[in-house]
Design a protein around this ligand. Structure first.
Ligand SMILES: [Zn+2]
Length: 226
């Protein structure tokens, strides 16, 4: 089986998305890029997360054509492949329906940086893209534009998406976004949330990138020293 280990990891993190409440039922999708072959391992459309195993994960090329797999790849494949082609600093894309982040996308308010963990993982407030029907090349362009060089973007009236260098860090970033949105929503009921100062956000983000960014994970000695 092609890319057996990476497919098993995608299946494992897809199950974790479900068991940790980032998605329910067959919602959401997850992909990981293999830099050596250029192939992308992605969850199948309508996946039942509970029973998902390596064989269920579809391997596509960078344009989204199926290389190997017994199911159809996720309907959001055009978005995953576009982002993984454009953003060479990341290898994973995760789309969730986590409720608090999604709620910010219903009132069209960006998620501000209120927690140090989120400052590190996300690096900036998370924007909300306007609503558009998903699963098309036009939608992929829209979301890629709103994501820009960031780590996360909220889809208006739909859900959230995060990107990262590894599956573990991407999963962690999805939770950092949801935690930020949840804590911010609760804090607003108690009073006026105080945001982290921009210079502190920049410092936390720089530290995180130096330890978990692409160059650091690839063993770049200059980055590791920082
Ligand atoms: Zn969705």
């Amino acid at each position: 089986m092609l890319l057996e280990d990476l497919r098993a990891e995608v299946a494992r993190y897809a199950r974790k998305m479900s068991t940790s409440g980032l998605v329910r039922a067959t919602q959401g999708n997850l992909s990981a890029h293999d830099p050596e072959t250029g192939c992308i391992c992605i969850t199948p459309g309508g996946a039942d997360y509970e029973t998902l195993i390596a064989e269920d994960i579809v391997v596509v090329d960078e344009e989204g054509s199926v290389v190997e797999g017994r199911w159809q790849p996720s309907l959001e494949t055009p978005l995953h492949t576009l982002i993984l082609r454009r953003r060479r600093d990341i290898h994973c894309v995760m789309h969730t329906h986590s409720p608090y982040a999604t709620a910010f996308g219903v009132v069209y308010q960006p998620v501000p940086v209120v927690l140090s963990e989120s400052a590190a993982c996300l690096g900036a407030e998370v924007p909300v893209a306007p609503y558009a029907p998903s699963g098309t090349p036009e939608f992929a362009e829209l979301i890629a534009e709103y994501l820009g060089e960031g780590s996360a973007v909220i889809w208006g009236n739909h859900g959230a998406m995060v990107v990262g260098t590894t599956l573990a860090l991407t999963f962690s970033t999805a939770h950092a976004l949801e935690d930020s949105a949840m804590v911010c929503a609760i804090a607003r009921q108690l009073g006026e949330p105080k945001l982290l100062p921009p210079e502190e956000v920049a410092q936390l983000r720089a530290f995180w990138l130096a330890h978990y960014g692409q160059r650091a994970l690839a063993g770049d000695p200059e980055e590791a020293e920082r």
